[in-house]
Design a protein around this ligand. Structure first.
Ligand SMILES: *Cc1c(COP(=O)(O)O)cnc(C)c1O
Length: 350
């Protein structure tokens, strides 16, 4: 019986562990340690029972409108999805159809090669430089599309707008996707480039900077024409991707800019203090502009530290992958959580 021969086989992405326990200090999946804006909870509470009975708006107009006015673009320039993973997966399916290899960095978000394999898209990775930055010239060659996060994950390194533009400019025959999952933590967005480049797509998420990983909201910003193709692919797949609570919660989150700014500031301040302390303990890392720090210790192997931290109830992320297997990716938690982490490390390392 040969049916298995005819089955699509994939090696799935492995997300960070979500322990059921409450007593864990959870610094392993770059979630925000603070709750979402109070209006988010209120918006979900106010949904009337009869609204649950109906299908949600397949065009997600209210959320797209609020994102459009927030970013100063047209509603047609916003596409929303079930987390940015949904937007990205749909984009791989839609935009990377040339049969030529798409390009992305060798050290990057580990979902990219999974989607490429799922959709049978050929790909080539380009090595990051020793300081974990991208060499834009690596992307000045024939290809089927380009994708990279800015800041990059899991390094936290931010590329300048000049680097991003150089890559977009050199690749106007293909779609270039800039995954800005962490841009709110101090990065410079490629948003102004949308006016000039029809081939650029920017992807954002509510999961990190807006404390809403549980609601699954992501979106893309791009030219109207580019997004029309993504729209058609989505409506050939599943029209009702966005559920009603997520749509309402998303609008409410965007409405509270003061809360957003205040809590971003807190994460950034904690990150900068944590950098100083980690340096004092003998860690080194590239400068992070995200809500995590990707750090290696001078003497203690990362895998050993990872296991010891886990044993003591502190979860961080470790990637057993050549080139980065001596690094820990540590998400920025509250000041109290970071104090507990640093206290453990201080004690363990001495
Ligand atoms: C977290 C993350 C995403 C996915 O976020 P969603 O929760 O699916 O919105 C996408 N890209 C990068 C680089 C990420 O780190």
């Amino acid at each position: 019986m040969n049916w298995e021969k005819n089955v699509r086989r994939v090696v799935p992405y492995t997300p960070g562990e979500q322990p059921g326990r409450q007593d864990i200090i959870k610094l392993n999946t770059n979630e925000n340690p603070y709750p979402p804006a109070p209006g988010v909870l209120e918006a979900v509470r106010q949904i009337r029972p009869e609204e649950y009975r109906l299908y949600p708006d397949p065009d997600a107009v209210s959320l797209r409108q609020s994102l459009a006015s927030y970013h100063g673009v047209k509603t047609e320039q916003v596409f929303v999805g079930v987390g940015s993973d949904d937007v990205l997966a749909m984009s791989f399916l839609t935009y990377f159809q040339s049969g030529k290899p798409i390009l992305f960095p060798d050290i990057t978000y580990s979902f990219y090669d999974v989607w490429a394999q799922l959709y049978r898209i050929p790909y080539r990775t380009k090595p990051l430089q020793a300081d974990f930055t991208i060499n834009p010239a690596d992307y000045f060659c024939e290809n089927g599309g380009v994708i990279f996060p800015n800041p990059n994950a899991p390094t936290g390194v931010l590329e300048s707008l000049d680097t991003v533009e150089a890559i977009v400019k050199a690749n106007q025959d293909v779609v270039v996707i800039v995954d800005e999952a962490y841009i709110d933590f101090g990065g410079v967005s490629a948003l102004p480039l949308l006016k000039q480049y029809e081939n650029l797509m920017i992807v954002r998420t509510f999961s990190k900077s807006r404390s809403m990983a549980g609601m699954r909201i992501g979106y893309a910003l791009a030219g109207e024409k580019l997004l029309s193709y993504l729209h058609d692919a989505k409506f050939s797949f599943n029209s009702y991707t966005m559920n009603l609570p997520s749509l309402r919660a998303g609008v409410a989150a965007i409405a509270d800019e003061a809360y957003f700014q205040q809590h971003i500031r807190k994460v950034i301040d904690t990150r900068e203090r944590t950098k100083e302390e980690l340096r004092r303990l003998g860690f080194s890392f590239a400068d992070s502009k995200s809500n995590f720090i990707f750090a290696a210790h001078a003497h203690v192997p990362a895998e050993k530290l990872f296991a010891a931290l886990k044993e003591s109830g502190i979860y961080v992320r470790y990637f057993r992958k050549p080139g980065i297997d001596n690094y820990l990716r540590i998400s920025i938690g509250t000041d109290e959580e970071m104090r507990a982490l640093l206290a453990f490390l201080k004690d363990y390392i001495k």
